[in-house]
Unconditional design. Structure first.
Length: 259
């Protein structure tokens, strides 16, 4: 199914759940929307935290179509949006048109769902996709580098990887620096402040068994963490795991970013 058709299904409400495993050949993106007065600070925050917040597109104030997706509408092409006011989640919406403002600046941020396709092609199984679950995400004890009013803990996504494939997973994902790149941590979750791995802060837990290691990548949910921690007056993000699907294939993106 081509990405335009997928976006139409999302826009119409026909697809209203996470996008893990959906349109797996195409680049997916996290979203953060802030009023123009906070846009520079957010851009600086992303620049200082490139593994958590690798920006792949910025839409100017009021613009709703991404250069990465012809005919797209950032207000309706994500299955679920979170609205934060003064650090609190105040609303979950499937469409932003009623609350859209001309001073909103939208940032599309690289997503680990992109490198998942490469992992699968290289023979690295991903249990959450096999089980049709949203990936598990956790707030860690590691801190982002502050920029303006934006700061807060790093959020990670976790995937159980077979022990003998951990190095391959590291090597494959390292090819995608604009999609969070190589893991931030491998092994004991308590070392990064996760006391109970069975209780993710976002997404759904995927069990890991004998012969598997939990592997953690920095995650594009980090801007939500920053919005909460910093109590920014108004921020809109994607709901964790509910991404924006672009027209760019993973292979095209990889080639363009190697040149």
């Amino acid at each position: 199914m081509n990405p335009n058709t997928l976006r139409e299904k999302i826009r119409s409400g026909e697809h209203n759940t996470h996008t893990s495993g959906l349109g797996s050949d195409y680049v997916q993106a996290n979203l953060a929307i802030v009023p123009k007065e906070y846009a520079f600070d957010f851009l600086l925050f992303a620049n200082r935290n490139p593994k958590s917040c690798p920006i792949i597109d910025v839409l100017e104030p009021g613009v709703v179509e991404s250069a990465l997706a012809a005919g797209s509408d950032i207000r309706s092409d994500i299955p679920l949006y979170f609205v934060y006011e003064n650090g609190k989640l105040t609303e979950k919406r499937q469409d932003l048109k009623e609350i859209w403002r001309d001073d909103f600046v939208s940032f599309l941020i690289g997503c680990s769902f992109t490198f998942e396709s490469a992992l699968l092609k290289e023979g690295v199984p991903l249990k959450h996709i096999e089980q049709n679950r949203n990936v598990a995400m956790y707030i860690t004890n590691r801190q982002t580098k502050q920029a303006g009013e934006f700061s807060g803990p790093v959020v990670v996504s976790m995937r159980p990887i077979k022990n003998e494939l951990v190095q391959k997973a590291i090597d494959v994902t390292a090819q995608f620096p604009n999609m969070h790149g190589s893991p931030i941590h491998v092994g004991d979750p308590k070392e990064i402040g996760i006391d109970d791995i069975s209780k993710p802060d976002f997404g759904e837990f995927t069990e890991f068994g004998e012969g598997e290691t939990p592997v953690f990548w920095e995650c594009g949910v980090t801007p939500q963490s920053a919005a909460i921690h910093s109590q920014i007056p108004f921020v809109i993000t994607h709901a964790p795991g509910h991404m924006f699907i672009t027209d760019v294939t993973n292979d095209e993106f990889l080639r363009n970013n190697k040149s």
